[in-house]
Design a protein around this ligand. Structure first.
Ligand code: NAD
Length: 265
């Protein structure tokens, strides 16, 4: 019996900005490989094609769905589409998010608003429409993806992202306590500075004028383990929290950062 046999999981941001193992893609593929029926959700259906191909023989466990998770209407329709297709939902993984550079002076107000919608309101919306299903069946696991930037300064100002990711951690705790007696667990995974395709495709432009190697070198220097993880490391932690092995774990976090946030020098 596989770990997620009989379970239905929604994973948001199940594509990836480039080729390789992003967080959402790794979680969706691993859940499918471990027996779950996965509703793989992304704004960009093209980004889901590689996710399907990486799932290999277990691609039949994945159903793709286009949805902008910052839109209340689309999220409501997405959750309904999942339950229409698979009959229910047991696991929700909120992976969509990403940073914009700047502190309050440099950042335009519109960027602040869109960052909060992208990183925080999106989690509120998916929980809003999924929780009633989990609460009715008195079973469910929600795993939210935060960031080490929600805990610490991580090398550059990204004020809205940091605030939103800190919000994700506390929002998860509140939902965890509120719904614990009805069998729904809510936890957070906190990735540190990984080497996912997002670093090459987006972050290098933001941070190092497109110099990917310089950015990777500056990121790895901060990590006590001396190497960078990727989306598969985030997935290992997220899948544990989503699984029944974590049945006594709610309202907490797993930090996946090679020791970075434990360090102070
Ligand atoms: N890579 C890192 O180093 C790192 C570190 C800390 C935290 N994180 C967090 O990990 C998460 C993402 O990781 P990833 O590797 O999967 O990222 P990614 O940037 O590769 O994005 C995954 C997918 O999200 C989709 N997406 C973007 N906006 C969307 C929207 N509005 N609605 C639906 N889908 C949308 C994209 O099309 C993409 O396919 C984010 O929450 C990010 O903050 C990443």
């Amino acid at each position: 019996m596989q770990r997620f046999e009989g379970k239905v999981a929604i994973v948001t941001g199940a594509g990836c900005v480039g080729e390789g193992w992003g967080n959402g893609r790794a979680m969706a593929v691993r859940l499918a490989q471990e027996g779950a029926k996965v509703f793989a959700v992304d704004l960009d259906p093209e980004r889901l094609l590689e996710t399907m191909s990486l799932a290999g023989d277990t691609a039949s466990n994945l159903t793709t769905h286009q949805c902008d998770v910052t839109s209340s209407k689309q999220v409501e329709q997405m959750v309904k589409a999942c339950t229409d297709h698979f009959g229910t939902v047991d696991i929700l993984i909120n992976n969509v998010g990403g940073s914009a550079a700047g502190g309050p002076v440099e950042m335009a107000e519109e960027v602040w608003d869109s960052q909060i919608a992208f990183n925080l309101k999106s989690v509120f919306l998916t929980c809003k429409y999924t929780l009633p299903i989990l609460l009715a069946k008195k079973y469910g696991a929600i795993v939210n993806v935060s960031s080490s930037s929600g805990l610490r300064w991580t090398g550059s100002a990204q004020i809205a992202y940091a605030a939103a990711k800190a919000g994700v951690i506390q929002m998860s705790k509140v939902m965890a306590v509120q719904h614990a007696s009805l069998g729904v667990r809510v936890n957070t995974v906190i990735p540190g500075q990984l080497h996912t395709p997002m670093v090459d495709f987006r972050l290098a432009k933001q941070r190092s004028g497109g110099d990917v190697d310089a950015l990777l070198a500056s990121r790895v220097k901060r990590i006590p383990l001396g190497f960078m993880g990727d989306g598969r490391d985030t997935a290992s932690a997220a899948l544990f929290l989503a699984s029944d092995e974590a049945k006594f774990i709610t309202g907490t976090e797993i930090v996946v950062d090679g020791g970075m946030t434990a360090r102070c020098d």
